[in-house]
Ligand binder design. Sequence first.
Ligand SMILES: [Zn+2]
Length: 201
Amino acid sequence: MLVLNRLWQPVNICTARRAVGLLFLGHAQVVHADEEQNFFTHDVNSWLEFSEQFDSAHAEVVRSISRQFRVPYIIVLSMFDRLPRKEVKFTRQNVFQRDDYTCQYCGVRHDTRDLNLDHVVPRDKGGKTTWENVVCSCIRCNTRKANKMPMDANMFPMRKPAAPKWRPFFSAGDRQSTASQSFHESWRHFIDLKPASVKLC
Ligand SMILES: [Zn+2]
């Protein structure tokens, strides 16, 4: 299930069980798109009612003795912070993802194998290995900049590096998880389903 926060931004993917749990606790509502891509929200009662009208042959449903319950594809949280806010881990892959596999000096998109991490302020000049000081760089630019300060090399990152605001849950390098997730068509409205990309802020 795709989980949206109160601002309708995607924050996570969770299991159907967790989504249904949040729904029954009143912590989330179902987001449902009709054929014209209009989005409606349902609380648990209206979703139960709505589930009854479904032709169960065409939708995934959970059945109890007397009712059928359609498995939702998208839920929106009714409160902030119902899910633990996770900080994006500082890793090589996540920096690549934040910078969209684009060298921050020449602006060219590259394969992972042609990319490096560059310390904007070099380590030997006190630069830290943090989101704010590390950018994605192609090997050529990385070599050209070497251990010079941006001013001295006249090379400045295209975007001021910063920690991503939320968790990148699809990763191009992470084919396995992509394969095991089934994306529902209606998610398209909220996230970019191209393998490499989730917009980070
Ligand atoms: Zn470059």
